[in-house]
Design a protein around this ligand. Structure first.
Ligand code: ARG
Length: 269
């Protein structure tokens, strides 16, 4: 009798677990978007936007995405997929979101959807003090490092030519700076906030930066797969986060100054 009882209890327990599992599954499929966790890809060597600290991905982008996703009723799970895998993951819809200081441009808009602009950026040149670089033209004849497939590459190409063998393309942003440090390249072209952060973080590397009048403003957007219904929701949430002061708070934390939200809003028009 005792044995029979425990058998029944055991079978009941298994049944219970199965029912729970089924419920859980149903929830994640049909449940309200409130609990939905979005898969986010990034390239986390791009301080101060996204970088690893004690095994965690942190940065301005991470804080902003958390705030915007929360506002839209989502949670996020962010992974350091790398740049190319992030873009591929958006194209084949394995990722819900790409957040990596991604510049919105017409070419990319063919393959991805973007939120409204959340940050203004420009290309900047980083080099060792003593290298004679005052304007973009001075890059001619020098070895230039860029992150592959980024606007830094496009800027360098506009100066040195598209197939210039003087341009070295690296898979991550960090590898460009490693190459600069070791002397494999004479200069790096990257986004201004990242360039300035690197110089600040490496005071003993004797680095200098310059911009050029020809470098145009770019705007970062949160990327989604084409036709994702997240775009509308995130645009609404981003506006809210800009209007309720959360954006300014996050911006202040990472850049130690007040943002110009109107510039971003005008760029969205
Ligand atoms: N803003 C530039 C672009 O979109 C560079 C972005 C690089 N981002 C990164 N996380 N490494 O091309």
């Amino acid at each position: 009798m005792k044995l029979l009882n425990s058998k029944i209890v055991f079978i009941m327990m298994i049944g219970f677990v199965l029912v729970l599992a089924a419920c859980g599954k149903q929830n994640s499929n049909n449940g309200s978007s409130k609990d939905k966790v979005l898969n986010v890809g990034t390239e986390a060597t791009f301080a101060p936007f996204e970088y690893q600290q004690k095994g965690k991905i942190v940065g301005f982008d991470v804080d902003l995405l958390n705030a915007v996703a929360k506002q839209a009723g989502y949670k996020i799970s962010i992974k350091n997929t790398g740049w190319d895998a992030m873009l591929a993951g958006l194209q084949n819809k394995e990722l819900d979101v790409g957040m990596a200081g991604i510049t919105i441009n017409d070419e990319r808009k063919k393959s991805y959807d973007f939120s409204n602009p959340y940050f203004e950026s420009k290309s900047m040149i980083v080099f060792k003090k003593g290298t004679n670089i005052k304007t973009a033209k001075d890059l001619i004849g020098k070895k230039v490092g860029v992150q592959n497939g980024t606007t830094g590459q496009f800027t360098a190409e506009s100066i040195l030519g598209k197939n210039s063998n003087k341009i070295s393309k690296y898979e991550t942003s960090a590898l460009c700076f490693t190459a600069l440090k070791s002397g494999d390249v004479d200069a790096v072209v990257t986004d201004n906030a990242v360039a300035l952060q690197y110089v600040k973080n490496n005071p003993n590397s004797n680095l200098e930066t310059v911009t050029d009048k020809s470098f145009k403003s770019e705007y970062y957007g949160i990327a989604f797969p084409k036709n994702s219904d997240l775009k509308a929701k995130f645009d609404k949430a981003l506006t809210k986060v800009m209007d309720n002061g959360e954006y300014a708070k996050i911006y202040k934390k990472w850049f130690n100054k007040q943002p110009d939200v109107d510039v971003l809003k005008n760029a969205a028009k």
